[in-house]
Structure formats: C-alpha cells, structure tokens
Ligand binder design. Structure first.
Ligand code: GAR
Length: 224
C-alpha cells in the first residue's frame, strides 16, 4: 500500500517543511510529500524540494482571491494529498478552500493556543508576562488560529528572554511537534468532530503533548 500524501503550504523559509522532509527520509514519518504550495514564488521553502513538487502563484496575478484559492485548491487536489499542512503559510485562507479540505487541513502556530492568535506571538507572550510559551498544531477552520488544538509543546520563559531567542526555542519545538502530529494523522487514527479532536474515535479533551521520545502522549496505544 502506498503511503499517505502530505501537501505543505509555506510562504517563507520552510524549516518546518524541512522537519517533515527529514522525518520522511529517516522513516519516522511514513508518508510521501504530495507537493509544496506557496503564495510567494521566491519562497525558500520551494527550493527544498524537486521542481516537480513545487506549485506557486502570486495571488495578485488572479482576478480575485476566490480565483486564486480555486487554483490553489485544484493544485492540492491534483497532487492527491490526503493531509494538508500549513507550515508558515502567511495568508489567511478563505472559507471555500477550508471547507474543501475540512478535517484534513492542519496548521502549526507559534503559541499555546488559545493564547496569542495571529502574528507577533513571541513578543505578545513576553508582554503578557506569561510563564510558559510554545506551539500548537490545530485543525484549520475559517476563524484564524481558532480550530481544535490537537497537540502542543511548551517551554518555560527564561528571565531576560527576547522575542528572537524565544522564537528560536519555540521553532525547535515546532520541528518536533509537527512531524509527531503528522505521524498520528497519517496513521489514520486522528479525526475531528464538532470541535473536538478524536484519536481512535475517542474524544480528546486536552491537547496531546510531546513525550520523552518526541512522540505524542497520551495515546491509547502507540503508533507502530
Ligand atoms: C513558524 O514559526 C510557524 O509556526 C509560523 O511561521 C514560522 C514559519 O517558519 N507560522 C505562523 O506564524 C502562522 N500564523 P518556517 O517557514 O521556517 O517553517
């Protein structure tokens, strides 16, 4: 049986994409990359994969946002993607595109949602005096950064922390959390129903976290 396919949407550097590629290459993540899709043709992320797996188009070159998202959605569908992950995709997605891939579109966000939606999360966590910060992987819904959270990784904010340093430390966690969550997704054991994440059909009332082996916990049974 061929492995499930993952489409990655990225606008910039693509270090989370790289973490996915590395997890696939090491065999830790039994999946195939369906393609990398970008709103910025110059995005470094695109160059992490062979040309045949790249799709990019400037939204401004379409007559409307809907037309752009129709083309993006058609390209994702044509890639045969089973799961779609926004990994540093910096445009807000429209309802039609989100509905088209409902329940199989994930986003990684650099905060402990529901705290600090949107941009500037590291500075926001410092300004709020938070003791902890981190990252979340959640299902995408039309409301920004508001979908059901599947998994989180957290760290303690150190004295004298800067937004830049915090961003680096959180990014290192993102590179663990995203492949771990995708591993669960492609295992076929993750779903979403009515605002709740389900694992093996059982509702999860709190987000999963990284365990000492960088897998997700608690799971009813390990992912083989
Ligand atoms: C990551 O920190 C990701 O969580 C964030 O952008 C960065 C992309 O880095 N995403 C968002 O802020 C989405 N709202 P990368 O291109 O190196 O993966």
């Amino acid at each position: 049986m061929s492995h499930p396919r993952i489409a990655v949407l990225a606008s910039g550097r693509g270090s989370n994409l790289q973490a996915i590629l590395d997890a696939i290459a090491s065999g830790a993540l039994r999946a195939r990359l369906a393609g990398v899709f970008s709103d910025r043709p110059q995005a470094a992320a695109l160059h992490r994969v062979p040309a045949a797996l790249r799709w990019s188009a400037k939204p401004a070159s379409f007559e409307s946002r809907d037309a752009y998202e129709q083309a993006l959605g058609d390209a994702i569908a044509a890639s045969g993607a089973d799961w779609i992950v926004c990994a540093g995709y910096m445009r807000i997605l429209g309802d039609a595109l989100i509905q088209r891939f409902a329940g199989r579109m994930l986003n990684i966000h650099p905060s402990l949602l529901p705290r600090h939606r949107g941009l500037g999360t590291h500075a926001a966590a410092l300004a709020a005096g938070d003791a902890e910060h981190g990252c979340s992987v959640h299902f995408v819904i039309p409301e920004l950064d508001a979908g059901t959270v599947i998994a989180q990784a957290r760290l303690a904010i150190a004295p004298g922390e800067t937004p830049e340093r915090l961003a680096q430390r959180v990014l290192a966690l993102e590179h663990l959390l995203l492949p771990a969550t995708l591993k669960l997704a492609v295992s076929g054991r993750l779903a979403e129903r009515g605002g709740t994440a389900l694992v093996d059909g059982q509702p999860m009332f709190t987000p999963l976290t990284l365990d000492s082996t960088n897998g997700l916990a608690p799971l009813p049974r390990p992912i083989p």
